[in-house]
Design a protein around this ligand. Structure first.
Ligand code: ARG
Length: 498
């Protein structure tokens, strides 16, 4: 087979390429992953070329059959990728032309520049939907763990110092909310991603009158009403990688959220906290210390956020100095994108699985939350309800805390007399403030860690998530090979509430 370097050089160049050049410039070792999109994209392009008279009906049938065979071979693992053919586009086109002479016509009115932009957008659409489905699964594990733990309280922390008691579930639902914003960001970026660049050519379209709308529609680049969405500037279309930056930045923030959750899991599973126990299957031992049980999966998830953040910085740096339009530098986008997609999806899946195998140590949690000093603020609220300004109440309770420390007694072990010695306005019911259950019941405002409120939220989340889980990501794969089902016409994921 003719070398790629020779396919794109034939006619113009008199010398063959240097051996080193191939090693340095090939991308097939990683962009082979785009084969499905490349084939399905070429099929749509070929159908359009037939409609405008560039291909005969016979040419089209041969080309579609040839592409189908190539796809089957790749799927079976029988296809011989050739590094000399540089990238996925040249590998597939050369294989096609080798078996179907009309294959030589398929590159009419397109370039690898719009082809790679197309393939990447198609690939990322399916990844975006898959990531959202995986976030949903993690949210659902957080909610289930919340339900299993309910109404067990833990101390809530600020500055990693015990602050005020909250149901464990409230802490878990904080992550459910964070992840919900991530799905909203992914869903929003999908809108800008789902625009078809094919037909932009190398940078200046083509004199061949291609019908871009037909291709866009066939490939699922449509709005909610089924109208085709095509890029409006050929120069922008071949050089734009904003959709990659958006995915990488949303993924980076998701990774940061996962990293924070991991940190909490690591703390909670330590002997110092002892709030949770992770099943053996999801922990590791030490090669030296026989007693150790380590939360490696959470540590690795926290660690992997580093490369996901790095990938974002890497692509922004790659893009910042590029003149219009396509520059070969852009080939460097793929490994960073693939790495982020693979890493974030694996981190989401492993975190969800680990939470499904985590138990709450209710007694330890309860004991930690029982610390009466966590209700000092509630004592100030008690004084506020008597009409005392909060600033003054804060000061009075500060003096009560100092008195307890002086007497070496817990706050709830002070007597009414002790309280009155600080401020005579304390009444007999003042000490009832130190009932933890009462403290949790009293919190009734929306978003608060009150028992009723948390229960309501757990229920709402369960309903919402079970709704969305009925439409699993697999049902929503847009680019299928072979195309056994037509692609969905609408974006599949219910948008998160504000
Ligand atoms: N492998 C290339 C990339 O990933 C495809 C586009 C190449 N275009 C070109 N004119 N060399 O960016």
């Amino acid at each position: 087979m003719e070398k790629a370097s020779q396919v794109s050089r034939s006619g113009r160049f008199s010398q063959t390429t240097a051996e080193d050049l191939i090693d340095f410039s090939e991308s097939i070792s990683f962009d082979w992953r785009l084969w499905r999109q490349d084939i399905v994209g070429s099929m749509a392009h070929a159908r359009m070329l037939q409609k405008i008279g560039v291909l005969t009906k016979k040419n089209l049938t041969d080309i579609l059959k040839g592409l189908e065979e190539i796809g089957d071979e790749i799927e079976r693992g029988d296809f011989q990728w050739d590094r000399n053919l540089e990238d996925v586009h040249m590998n597939i086109e050369s294989a096609l032309t080798a078996r179907v002479p009309a294959g030589a016509k398929i590159h009419t009115a397109r370039s690898r520049n719009d082809q790679i932009a197309l393939d990447m957008r198609m690939w990322l659409r399916d990844e975006t939907v898959a990531v959202i489905a995986e976030i949903r699964e993690l949210q659902s594990q957080l909610v289930q763990l919340g339900k299993r733990s309910f109404p067990t309280p833990i101390p809530g922390y600020t500055h990693l110092q015990r602050a005020q008691p909250v149901p464990f579930a409230h802490h878990l639902l904080a992550y459910t909310e964070m992840l919900d914003r991530d799905t909203a960001r992914f869903a929003d970026s999908f809108n800008r991603l789902n625009v078809c660049p094919l037909g932009s050519g190398a940078l200046a379209g083509s004199t061949v009158r291609s019908k871009r709308e037909i291709v866009a529609k066939e490939l699922g680049f449509v709005d909610a009403d089924g109208n085709p969405r095509i890029s409006q500037n050929s120069m922008d279309a071949v050089s734009d990688r904003d959709f990659i930056v958006e995915f990488l930045s949303t993924a980076a923030l998701t990774a940061v959220h996962l990293s924070r959750l991991s940190e909490d899991i690591i703390l909670w599973s330590s002997a110092e906290f002892g709030f949770i126990t992770i099943d053996d299957a999801y922990t590791t031992g030490s090669s030296l210390m026989p007693q150790k049980k380590n939360p490696d999966l959470a540590e690795l998830t926290r660690g992997k956020s580093g490369r996901v953040i790095g990938n974002l910085v890497s692509i922004l740096t790659l893009l910042k100095g590029l003149p219009m339009t396509y520059n070969r530098d852009l080939q460097e986008d793929k490994e960073r994108l693939f790495d982020t997609a693979d890493t974030i999806r694996a981190s989401l899946r492993i975190t969800a699985a680990m939470l499904a195998h985590t138990n709450i140590n209710a007694e330890v949690c309860q004991a930690a939350a029982e610390d009466p000093s966590l209700l000092a603020t509630d004592l100030a609220d008690y004084l506020v309800k008597l009409g005392i300004p909060f600033r003054e109440a804060h000061h009075i309770v500060g003096a009560v805390v100092a008195l307890a420390e002086e007497k070496k007694r817990a706050l709830n072990k002070l007597t009414l007399g002790d309280l009155k010695s600080v401020d005579s306005r304390f009444k007999r019911d003042a000490l009832t403030v130190f009932s933890l259950i009462r403290g949790l019941q009293e919190r009734k405002t929306p978003g608060s860690p009150g028992l009723q409120e948390v229960k309501r939220q757990l229920k709402e989340w369960r309903t919402r998530l079970s709704h969305e889980q009925n439409s699993t990501a697999d049902n929503w794969i847009i680019t299928r090979f072979p195309a056994d089902r037509s692609p969905p016409s609408r974006f599949p994921v219910v948008l998160p509430h504000p």
